[in-house]
Write a protein of this length. Sequence first.
Length: 193
Amino acid sequence: MIGKLQGVIDYIGDGFIILMVSGVGYKVYTPEILTPGATVSLWIETVVREDSIRLFGFSSLAGQNLFNMLTGVSGVGPKVAMAIMGTIKTDTLLTAIATGDAKTIATAPGVGKKVAEKIIVELKSKVGGTSFSMDFGGETASGVLTDLLAALESLGYRRMDVVEMAQKLVSGNPTTDVAKLVPMALKEISGNK
């Protein structure tokens, strides 16, 4: 099997690239944002099916491991795993799994509520501990994050636009309640525009 490829990006298609390696063009599906003509080194996961052999490329071993974890969930194939990884940043995805945030995972194309919940159930123990699982003042940080995201959504913000910022606010202010976090989040959002 192919473990790693290094070459020049010859073409970028919809969800894949043609990677030229020593005169041979490999079609590699990747969630990475790449530029034509750039030299890249990608960790390769080869998926062999009855009717096809596909190469999936990742800039890090952590990305490859996350892909393998996602495709290990029943009902999640390579296409859905790539859609998730292409839509949600790795840190955001891992936090969503650890905190049980199915709504964030379900924002990826082709992922419904049931699949998102299945991913959480099957991967939560594999993702490991996170600062969001700590208990403080009767509320878990996971609950505070969920409440903060719900409040921001009710104000008209899209979850995917604010989830990363909300996660940082909650982890940076572990004892702060939602009522105080909402104005902090709004200030952060207005500062980013």
